[in-house]
Write a protein that binds this ligand. Structure first.
Ligand code: SF4
Ligand code: MSK
Length: 644
């Protein structure tokens, strides 16, 4: 428990600070305590030089003159680090690939009338169908949706050719690069199996070949993870539009039945919202004002973007939402769910409910999701929450006060619509003009997590503010977007942090759309919605007639926690986008791997900077990181002949 350090050292979120003190006084341990208990972290693990791939080991490579330079099988540090990185990227990409497959399967069953979901995103469906070369004439929505879902599922089966979702979305110049390097993926499952096979004991021991395998996995992540998930979720639930909601623990309401949704899978969270609305009257019969659904992590993003559901908190403080004593239920599906949640829930009346058939939590309740039985799941979950309301212990109730207004819903379609109010004929033109003139110096995507190893929300917000000051527009996803939301950067008032040129652009764009200004950071969605950022970059590159690698843009994950942050980052590096991380990837034990990813063009035998046009930048100080990104953006502007 927090004894030897202060809550103010752990997070800049004052609501979380208040709840950390409450947890401490009640004897409850959280991720912030456990992270401290793990210090100091194993230096071999941090450097990526320990190997557990066979029972001759585990082996580890020493850093100094003395000690082992090879594992029992003869593997070197370069080989071990490259193999570990490959499986780490598989760990990052696979949850998104499963996410995408589950959405595709749900769409298929919805189209067949088996799953109770209405297809809300008809425009998106028609667009995807046309892009796939399907004919629409004489076909019903469900017939087209079925054809699209079946083609999507081929991206998990086909043995030859290139993954269809890559062909749908990738920039031609990027594809040319990937083709030359022979790294184009065929189907997601095949490439995951191939990567695990490459990394197995006694298989691939060529560090360069292993790194090319990393880039193939990054493309699997990008297209059969991110893009496929976003596209088909938009088909099922609609494409996000500008929406206003609230942030912070204060969105949990004392006089309501509170249900938190946490995880990533929208089929689960959408049904919880639907059934909460249907059963709202039953909460009133219990003496509550109604049912209040609030979000955590990326389930929050999915519901915020499409339904305007408010957000309580992000990854590092997920357990603290329960410490308010006001949650009747926390519903979880997949990814980023801390096993520690159950122990905290047991200290309160909160019921932790897992939902996916193959993802269960020791000690929690389980209400199983399947596409066909989604309504039964939604109703049962909400009824469980209603039943818990009367068990609430009022002595333990403490909800930090105050919320912050935020705008979200910046899908590419919505951005185009916003810009079309300035130039209807050519909506991207005003944006490109502002970039060309330097009124927008560049665009940086701040994405990824919060991590109890870093002061929560601090690096995410400091980096954003420093870039805004230099007229760099921010786009954001994931838990980083939540950090920005909590501190007013998703609100028009946030333009106080912008340099004058960027502030003017945002005011002009906002006023054309009935707002005082657009927010300085555009919330583009959940982790899988990094696909939207990719689509925006491809659209800009196509409109200007350059490659994505030429654009004055970059990505950053200042507080990464999940391997997903690394697999997404690697996907953007494959496009030629520089990516900053605020905690190091476990690669420093291999000069070859570290240089390949972080070196400049011409620095080493092979660098991603040389092959793709983008590289990995590791810097813990967010202000220094902002300036490294600014330099890289200015370098790209100069190459395009633009003033800075
Ligand atoms: Fe050791 Fe080689 Fe086995 Fe790894 S694969 S544990 S380095 S013997
Ligand atoms: S939920 S991957 S902590 S962003 Fe997408 Fe947040 Fe990172 Fe999980």
């Amino acid at each position: 428990m927090i004894k030897t350090f202060l809550a103010t050292d752990l997070t800049i979120d004052t609501g979380v600070q208040e709840l950390l003190l409450k947890a401490n006084s009640e004897g409850i341990e959280t991720a912030f305590d456990r992270a401290k208990q793990q210090e100091p972290h194993c230096k071999f693990g941090l450097a990526g030089v320990c190997c557990r791939r066979c029972m001759m080991g585990p082996c580890r490579i020493s850093f100094g003159e003395k000690g082992a330079k090879r594992g029992g099988c003869g593997a070197t540090a370069d080989q071990i680090v490259a193999r570990n990185l490959l499986t780490l990227i598989v760990d990052g990409a696979t949850p998104h690939v499963e996410h995408a497959r589950e959405v595709a399967h749900t769409l298929l069953e919805a189209a067949e009338g088996i799953a109770p979901y209405e297809i809300k995103g008809k425009d998106k469906l028609w667009k995807i169908a046309l892009d796939l070369g399907l004919t629409l004439e004489g076909k019903s929505t469900n017939e087209v949706a079925k054809e699209v879902a079946l083609i999507a599922l081929q991206d998990f089966q086909k043995q030859t050719g290139v993954a269809t979702w890559l062909s749908l979305h990738a920039h031609a110049k990027s594809v040319e690069t990937w083709e030359k390097l022979n790294i184009l993926p065929r189907n997601a499952h095949l490439e995951i199996a191939n990567a695990i096979n490459k990394a197995a004991m006694g298989c691939d021991s060529d560090p360069l070949n292993l790194l090319l395998g990393v880039m193939t996995m990054a493309l699997v992540e990008g297209y059969d993870g991110l893009h496929l998930s976003t596209d088909l979720s938009d088909v099922l639930f609609g494409t996000p539009k500008l929406v206003k909601a609230q942030y912070n623990m204060g969105v949990i309401k004392a006089d309501y039945v509170n249900i938190a949704v946490h995880g990533h899978i929208p089929m689960v969270s959408e049904k919880v919202v639907e059934w909460s609305r249907k059963l709202n009257g039953e909460a009133k019969a219990l003496g509550a004002q109604g049912i209040n659904v609030i979000g955590i992590c990326c389930s929050a993003n999915e519901l915020l973007m499409r339904q305007g559901v408010s957000v309580a908190t992000n990854f590092a403080s997920q357990e603290l939402a329960i410490v308010t004593g006001a949650l009747e239920a926390m519903v979880v599906d997949a990814q980023c769910i801390m096993p520690g949640l159950q122990k905290v829930a047991e200290c309160y009346h909160t019921e932790l409910i897992s939902t996916l058939p193959n993802i269960k939590i020791e000690g929690s309740s389980h209400v199983e999701f399947s596409p066909a039985k989604a309504d039964q799941m939604g109703e049962e979950i909400v009824r469980k929450a209603l039943a818990r309301y009367t068990e609430r212990d009022m002595v333990k109730l403490q909800i930090p006060k105050g919320t912050v207004e935020a705008y979200a819903g910046f899908s590419v379609e919505q951005i185009v619509e916003v810009l079309s109010k300035i130039n209807q004929e050519d909506p991207l033109q005003p944006f490109i003009q502002a970039l060309t003139d330097g009124d927008i110096l560049g665009v940086v995507a701040i994405v990824g997590c919060t991590n109890p190893r870093v002061k929560q929300d601090w690096a995410n917000t400091e980096l954003a503010k420093e870039l805004l000051k230099h007229n760099v527009l921010i786009v954001a996803t994931g838990c980083s977007a939540h950090s920005l939301g909590k501190f007013g950067l998703l609100s028009p008032e946030g333009i106080e942090y912008c340099g004058p040129k960027l502030a003017n652009v945002l005011k002009t764009m906002g006023e054309a759309n009935g707002l005082t200004s657009l927010p300085p950071a555009w919330h583009m969605g959940s982790c899988v919605d990094n696909s939207r950022i990719d689509d925006l970059l491809v659209a800009l590159a196509n409109r200007v007639g350059v490659g994505v690698r030429d654009l004055p843009v970059a990505g950053s994950s200042p507080e990464p926690q999940s391997p997903k942050a690394l697999s997404i980052g690697t996907f953007f590096i494959a496009q030629g986008v520089d990516v900053h991380i605020g905690l190091n990837a476990p690669i420093s034990g291999s000069p070859f791997v570290e240089n390949a990813l972080t070196g400049d063009k011409g620095d080493f035998a092979v660098t991603t900077d040389e092959l793709f046009g983008g590289k990995l930048i590791y810097e813990e100080d967010p202000i220094k990181a902002a300036h490294v990104l600014l330099q890289r953006i200015i370098k790209k502007r100069t190459a395009l002949g633009l003033q800075s």
